[in-house]
Design a protein around this ligand. Structure first.
Ligand SMILES: Cc1cc2nc3c(=O)[nH]c(=O)nc-3n(C[C@H](O)[C@H](O)[C@H](O)COP(=O)(O)OP(=O)(O)OC[C@H]3O[C@@H](n4cnc5c(N)ncnc54)[C@H](O)[C@@H]3O)c2cc1C
Length: 470
């Protein structure tokens, strides 16, 4: 294939202007990563101000790694909250499963943070500006010309025109970039499952003699029930108690809905009185759809000058807390391959093809794991639910485990999802690309790079890490 480039004969560096359509968590994070790689970055955001609505969000170790590396954690500070343990319960409060957070954090050498979306987004925006990204509000993209030339011309509702070498669609579920590339694709609610999101101040809970017994420590709690669950965790420096309340409706839900608070309370009236009393304190909430996009056959234009990331490409159900995390991983991966484009070692269309080839299966896998965890937490009462509870029991006794239906603590899932390093993946994929689409074996041992990465490199000091001789 003519496309593989292993060097830059002229030694000349390229300059590229990357445009991002959408300044959500994924878009702003990608802007930082790509600016760090050396590209000029402009982000066009439809809204009149930068921000995030909604409530809390988990930043699991796979993305805590990136927030730390890019210095975003320092800016957010105490608003990144750590928690001691995860308790999985039946809806009446009976303990079923348990994960000590330090076990995961210690094994992966990364924290597991809980944060208000607003604090996360503010931190990302601050760091993006520090890196020279141009964040333009009131810039709704309405038209994209990308077929006739390698350059992409973007027009906004306000009548402005922008020209980019690469346009990244980070514009979420209703992405105009995706609709332009793949008009037939429609995000869909795969089931009747949807969720309320809500926040109650810890101070209010402390005044309730029953509910206050739940908040002696900073914990994550999950109450599992047939076709419903509640997950709760602290955010905002431990001052707010965040809840996602999963439930089903008679019909699939496709848009955010206003609700009656009486309906919300009725939904959880048979739950553990400790959490039920907190549900009763929720001042207001909305019903959020859980829309899934794809898997798509491609994320990019034929010239490789327009590409999708985040929810625009692969929105998923919330049950594994990986939607924003996967979006951020996309940005981190893209930044590594774009660094190589800037160094003129790989052509832009090839870099985009590499991104698609590697990231599309990863995103699909996250969609699958998210479905799985939703099904496990919402099993109907009966044989399967009892088998699930029995399989989680060893965790309650503190016994070491090889596998568990508690996917937040299951060793294989933890390694696959929370142990994933998007940048290291991109570096390996580039090596493979430069060497003819083939992982090279180490001549002395026969060990292939991805195997070494999984089994050996995690415990070796940096200078001793096993690297295939290329
Ligand atoms: C109940 C619930 C709980 C969740 N919990 C978690 C969690 O704990 N952890 C996690 O990782 N994920 C979680 N998620 C998923 C997460 O919220 C999303 O995956 C994530 O926010 C997607 O980020 P994004 O940047 O790709 O898209 P978005 O956040 O949707 O951002 C898109 C941006 O593009 C802008 N835009 C749209 N159209 C245009 C246009 N034409 N021109 C310019 N700008 C445009 C929008 O205004 C917006 O700012 C949860 C989701 C739900 C529903």
């Amino acid at each position: 294939m003519e496309s593989t480039m292993t060097g830059n004969a002229s030694g000349k560096k390229k300059e590229i202007h990357v445009g991002l359509c959408g300044a959500g968590i994924g878009g702003v994070f990608a802007a930082i990563a790509i600016a760090r790689a050396g590209a000029k970055v402009t982000v066009l955001e439809a809204a009149d101000h930068l921000g995030e609505i909604g409530a809390g969000i988990q930043m699991t170790p796979n993305v805590a790694r990136l927030l730390r590396k890019y210095g975003v954690d320092k800016v957010i500070g105490d608003n990144l909250v750590r928690f001691e343990e995860l308790n999985l319960r039946r809806k009446d409060g009976t303990p079923v499963g348990y994960t000590q957070t330090s076990r995961i954090e210690g094994a992966l050498d990364q924290p597991w943070w809980l944060v208000h979306r607003h604090h996360l987004h503010q931190g990302l925006v601050t760091v993006a500006r520090q890196h020279g990204c141009n964040l333009m509000i009131g810039s709704r993209v309405v038209e994209i010309d990308y077929l006739e030339s390698n350059e992409v011309t973007v027009r906004t509702e306000a009548g402005e025109t922008h020209v980019f070498d690469l346009l990244i669609g980070s514009d979420g579920i209703n992405s105009v970039v995706r609709r332009t590339l793949f008009p037939a694709v429609k995000p869909r609610p795969p089931t009747t499952n949807c969720a309320y999101r809500a926040i109650v101040p810890y101070e209010q809970i402390r005044h309730d003699p029953i509910a206050s017994t739940l908040i002696q420590k900073l914990t994550m709690e999950v109450w599992m029930s047939e076709k419903a669950y509640i997950i709760s965790y602290p955010i905002s420096a431990g001052t707010d108690f965040n809840m996602v309340l999963s439930h089903h409706r008679p019909h699939p839900v496709s848009t955010v809905e206003d609700i009656s608070m009486a309906d919300l309370r009725a939904e959880y009236a048979t739950f553990d009185p400790r959490i039920q009393r907190i549900v009763d304190m929720i001042p207001n909430a909305q019903r959020w759809p859980l829309l899934v996009t794809g898997p798509l056959p491609s994320w990019s234009s034929p010239r490789g000058n327009v590409v999708l990331m985040g929810d625009a490409a692969h929105s998923m159900t919330n049950h594994m807390a990986q939607g924003a995390a996967t979006s951020m991983e996309d940005g981190a991966f893209l930044s590594v391959v774009l660094r190589e484009v800037l160094a003129a070692r790989i052509a832009l269309p090839d870099a985009i093809r590499l991104y698609e080839r590697e990231r599309m299966p990863k995103a699909f896998r996250k969609q699958q794991v998210s479905f799985l965890n939703g099904a496990i937490w919402q099993l109907p009462e009966g044989e399967a639910q009892r088998a699930r509870d029995r399989a989680m029991e060893p965790e309650l006794r503190g016994e070491p485990l090889l596998r568990s239906p508690n996917l937040y603590g299951d060793p294989a899932t933890v390694l696959e999802v929370y142990g994933y390093d998007a940048e290291a993946h991109a570096e390996r994929a580039l090596q493979e690309w430069y060497n003819g689409q083939d992982w090279r074996k180490d001549e002395g041992t026969g060990i292939e790079a991805p195997v070494a990465e999984k089994v050996m490199n995690w415990f070796l000091p940096e200078k001793e890490k096993f690297v295939s001789k290329i």
